[in-house]
Design a protein. Structure first.
Length: 619
């Protein structure tokens, strides 16, 4: 489905083809503004660029559910979803954004069903819903079933449905094209387009566009233990930094409590929603001591820190596959669940445990440990996906640039995301971004065909960088009897593994000034010089994964420095960020969003508080 050539100017380019990118495309195509454009005889030129085949996007791995106050199983109300989102984010949530999220969630889920998502059903034929961590009824008093699900494969259902709908609309895709540059004009106030590398042909292209939507996903690969697929390397966020933009609240990385032992593979929160229990080495269901009301279904940061506390207290267990290894895991107990029911509602969990742990979850305890899961911060956006920068106490919109999904920060997650809100965020705000682009195209006719000089310069620079990182085999391969040091001795995959270990020891679950400083030192002294020196081991231009791996490694290193800078500047503990040297939340000093540009200390933007004042966060 890749285009045979690139037009000189596109009306809209969407970067990324997961739930956010595909929702943006559909939001654009289905909008009233798009229908008005067509009625005028105008057909905007739109392209979706993805470094993967779309059905391989990480959205497909989401398991548990999508949150919405449907009230199909128990009485529910969007006001309670709104409150839980604000409380779950430890009051760092922009409440106007959270209100939109909660209010529009039911219609978002209904629209997904109408598009073809096969949700699980109640006996009455309604969309089935299950409990998820931190979701309550009557403002925090009682857990509620709010996560609409499809067994434990909801992401797979949503991704395939959205892609099928895009195919029906004739959306044009450039698959397995890697975006190496996000290009703004010389004033950094307007988007000019992107530069992308076609991995099949080995060619670099400048794609001019009046509107660009970034939907590139998260950055879990910053850490060694992560539930994220190998492609989640923070590309969109790093491209924004390289373009001179800021990232918002990038210090907040959510760790999911139940990653399978040392693989990091996610065992869905649905396993605990269905009755699974976390146990320590003594067999104790310890969460009752840390969260008396919600226990195992407290917010994810609460559960992850409780697990870390149990392990540090000497009540951890070893991975059965490495019985002499560190006792840095705990048990997930699913043995009380009916085996047939478990296979019906948790088929992915059962298969993962059987295939990767060699255990039977109906009989055996499962070793788990917290795994890097979700990037709360990202490219700052308005409620309609417009990217902005923050300076002099004001937001400054970057004309034509949008972002949605995990790479963006509309600030509905604050310092900790509630389970089920990620798919909702991607689908809802992706749709809004696409609709906003259509409205702008209707209000302002497409610009005359032409290429901004900045885009031409970016293309030349990208080609030079690519050529510099590809080993010239003819020049460097010596005769058999001659030794040389010209061959690359490092590689991107080892660098990413080393970076993951540095970030794991520096800022995973808990941190302090010493661990942050040590991680920064390792970056400056070792990882950054190695990233700049990386070269491929082959001179092939086509289907050479090492070319894009080098870009990914460099993006992760740049993003790591920015994350560490923002973490260092926030002298408090809030949500997923727990600093042992600043263990208390500080609303006086830090009830604000960090806005961090590359190589700079953060600026601070006030949180939007509408009608929920910060309070005690207990579960």
């Amino acid at each position: 489905m890749s285009p045979k050539h690139i037009e000189e100017l596109y009306d809209a380019v969407i970067v990324g083809a997961g739930a956010a990118g595909l929702s943006a495309a559909l939001g654009l195509y289905r909008s009233d503004a798009m229908q008005a454009l067509r009625a005028q005889g105008s057909e905007p030129k739109i392209l979706v660029v993805s470094k993967l085949q779309p059905l391989r996007s990480h959205t497909g791995s989401a398991e548990g559910g999508i949150a919405a106050s449907l009230g199909n199983v128990e009485p529910d109300n969007w006001h309670w979803h709104y409150f839980d989102t604000v409380k779950g984010g430890d009051w760092l949530v922009d409440q106007d954004a959270a209100r939109v999220l909660a209010q529009e969630a039911p219609q978002t889920v209904i629209n997904l069903e109408r598009s073809g998502v096969a949700f699980s059903r109640t006996k009455d034929g309604l969309i089935a819903q299950r409990r998820f961590g931190g979701h309550t009824r009557e403002f925090g008093q009682e857990p509620v079933k709010r996560a609409a699900y499809s067994a434990d494969r909801i992401g797979h259902q949503i991704l395939h449905t959205l892609w099928q709908q895009c195919a029906a609309y004739g959306v044009q895709f450039a698959e397995e094209w890697y975006v190496s540059d996000l290009v703004l004009d010389e004033t950094c106030s307007r988007v000019a387009g992107i530069v992308a590398y076609d991995t099949h042909a080995g060619t670099t292209h400048a794609i001019a566009a009046t509107h660009v939507i970034m939907a590139t996903g998260g950055a879990g690969r910053l850490f060694h233990t992560t539930s994220n697929s190998y492609d989640l390397t923070g590309d969109g966020m790093a491209l924004a930094l390289q373009a001179g933009l800021q990232l918002e609240d990038i210090e907040f990385m959510q760790f999911h409590p139940t990653g399978l032992a040392h693989t990091g593979i996610l065992l869905s929160e649905a396993s605990r929603a269905e009755g699974g229990v976390l146990r320590n080495a003594d067999g104790e269901a310890f969460m009752a001591r840390y969260a008396p009301e919600h226990k195992d279904l407290a917010a994810r940061d609460v559960v992850s820190r409780a697990m870390r506390a149990e392990i540090e207290a000497g009540r951890g267990v070893a991975d059965p596959k490495d019985p002499l290894g560190p006792q840095d895991c705990l048990w997930l107990d699913l043995t009380e669940l009916d085996a047939q029911h478990m296979r019906a509602v948790l088929p992915q969990v059962v298969q993962t445990v059987e295939d990767y742990a060699g255990l039977d979850p109906s009989r055996d305890y499962i070793p788990v440990k917290p795994t890097a899961h979700y990037t709360m911060g990202g490219i700052p956006t308005t409620l309609n996906g417009q990217v902005y920068t923050w300076s002099d106490g004001e937001r400054h919109i970057v004309d034509g640039l949008y972002a949605a999904g995990e790479c963006a920060c509309v600030s509905v997650h604050g310092a900790n995301r509630l389970g089920g809100n990620s798919l909702l965020d991607a689908c809802l705000f992706g749709t809004r971004a696409g609709a906003m682009v259509a409205l702008r195209l209707l209000d302002r006719p497409a610009a005359a065909s032409g290429v901004d000089p900045a885009l031409t310069e970016a293309l030349d620079a990208a080609q030079a960088r690519r050529d510099a990182q590809i080993t010239d085999m003819l020049a460097t391969t010596p005769p058999d009897d001659v030794e040389t040091s010209e061959q690359p001795t490092d590689n991107a995959y080892q660098l990413m593994a080393d970076l993951g270990s540095v970030m794991e020891s520096g800022v995973a679950v808990t941190c302090d000034n010493a661990s942050i400083t040590q991680a920064l030192h390792r970056l400056e002294a070792d990882l950054e010089p190695r990233a700049h020196a990386l070269r491929t081991h082959s001179d092939a231009r086509t289907f050479n994964q090492e070319i894009t791996a080098i870009w990914e490694a460099r993006h992760l290193v740049e993003l790591a420095r920015t994350m560490l800078a923002a973490t260092s500047a926030r002298h408090e503990s809030r949500g997923s960020l727990y600093r042992t040297d600043f263990p208390q939340r500080d609303d006086t000093g830090f009830l604000a969003h960090s806005m961090t540009a590359a190589g700079q200390t953060p600026l601070w933007q006030p949180v939007h508080i509408v009608n929920i004042e910060p309070g005690t966060r207990a579960y």
